[in-house]
Design a protein around this ligand. Structure first.
Ligand SMILES: NC(=O)c1ccc[n+]([C@@H]2O[C@H](COP(=O)([O-])OP(=O)(O)OC[C@H]3O[C@@H](n4cnc5c(N)ncnc54)[C@H](OP(=O)(O)O)[C@@H]3O)[C@@H](O)[C@H]2O)c1
Length: 335
């Protein structure tokens, strides 16, 4: 039952948290194989109170891992995930490399974990904002038939990895020193501290960004309904960790607010606030470091029938990335 588990990107924000969550959830790891780039040669990571050396891919491949959790970017996934899969290893990939490949399953375990089979070799983990949105909408979609979503996101800097966090801190430090010069080599197109930036990913010809189109396509794939229309605006905000979404969702069929609360409250992985006290909402600071997807400010849209507004907050590194990947690995163990 115990597995050799490779974590690609183990020195990064998501990969580091993957190893922590494997430990927290007592995943049956026989041998942890942390992998990173040449820049990390000689580094170690701590797993179950022991130092484990960080390896390169070639050496790691020779150890014949049973499972691999990938979080090292799209190019790394494109090259190394198939090579590992060929050896029989099951790869759970956090990059966008395979998500829209029709042969590859895109999994949020609570929603479509039943699709997994023992034959799957590469499984894709969805985009962070998409995961938290579909978690809150899936139980409602089943009952009322989702027709259209209008979503605006407020995405934290940890969504850009180490570099995003370092950029925010560097800008804040420069400001405190009263130094107004721009911090060079930013991962962002404009200053992020004391600002908001309505661009995540590259712009496409239609004016939407890559992140916005991920939210459209991945939502349709996970909810298995290409008819769901999605209009997204994704925005980077100077928040440390935790993404927030303002969602307006229209349904085919009518609902009562009591039913909506009861469906959401019963759904695994959701924490619903504000039923009794409307002022009981959740901010990203409260969600950071926690597993649930928080849904609050749930209200009937007064301007359009069969439509709801809601505020959805989750830790982008946990349910948005590392936790979801480990939950997929747990499902695979049982197959
Ligand atoms: N942050 C999020 O909220 C989030 C959510 C969902 C998905 N993701 C995805 O997860 C991936 C990593 O995100 P992150 O936030 O953890 O980024 P990060 O903090 O920048 O970490 C990147 C990791 O990838 C490793 N890496 C880079 N190039 C490599 C190579 N050529 N070979 C082996 N390892 C390499 C890095 O190793 P070194 O330390 O040696 O450079 C580091 O461990 C990305 O694909 C991202 O799109 C992130």
């Amino acid at each position: 039952m115990k597995k050799k588990v490779l974590v690609a990107g183990a020195t990064g924000l998501v990969g580091g948290l993957m190893t922590k969550i494997l430990e927290e959830r007592d995943f049956p790891v026989d041998q942890l194989i942390p992998v990173a780039s040449d820049r990390s040669a000689g580094k170690t990571i701590v797993f179950r109170n022991k130092s484990v050396p960080v390896l390169g891919f070639q050496e790691a491949l020779g150890l014949r891992p049973d499972m691999a959790l990938f979080s090292a970017g799209i190019e790394v996934s494109r090259v190394w995930a198939p090579l590992l899969a060929e050896t029989g290893c099951r790869v759970i990939d956090n990059s966008s490399c395979w998500r829209m490949d029709p042969q590859i399953k895109l999994i949020v375990p609570e929603i479509n974990g039943y699709l997994l089979s023992s034959k799957d070799r590469i499984i894709a983990n969805p985009n962070c904002s998409t995961i938290q949105m579909v978690m809150a909408l899936a139980p409602l979609h089943r009952h009322y038939g989702l027709r259209r979503i209008v979503v605006s996101t407020y995405q934290s800097v940890t969504g850009s990895g180490h570099k995003g966090l370092e950029q925010l801190i560097a800008e804040r430090n420069a400001r405190m020193l009263d130094n107004n010069t721009l911090v060079p080599n930013s991962v962002y197109p404009r200053p992020i501290d004391m600002n908001v930036i309505p661009q995540i990913g590259a712009f496409m010809d239609n004016g939407y960004t890559e992140e916005e189109l991920k939210m459209v396509q991945e939502t349709q794939k996970i909810l298995e309904d290409p008819g769901i229309r999605v209009s997204a605006t994704t925005v980077r905000v100077p928040v440390h960790g935790g993404h927030s979404l303002s969602v307006n969702a229209s349904f085919e069929n009518p609902f009562t607010m009591e039913e909506v609360y009861s469906l959401l409250t019963a759904y695994p992985g959701l924490s619903v606030k504000g039923h009794d006290v409307q002022t009981d909402f959740v901010t990203p600071m409260e969600a950071e470091g926690r597993d649930p997807v928080y849904v609050s400010r749930i209200r009937r849209d007064l301007s359009l029938e069969n439509t709801l507004d809601m505020w959805i907050v989750a830790d982008n590194l946990r349910k948005g990335a590392a936790l979801n990947a480990v939950q997929i690995a747990e499902k695979l163990l049982s197959l």
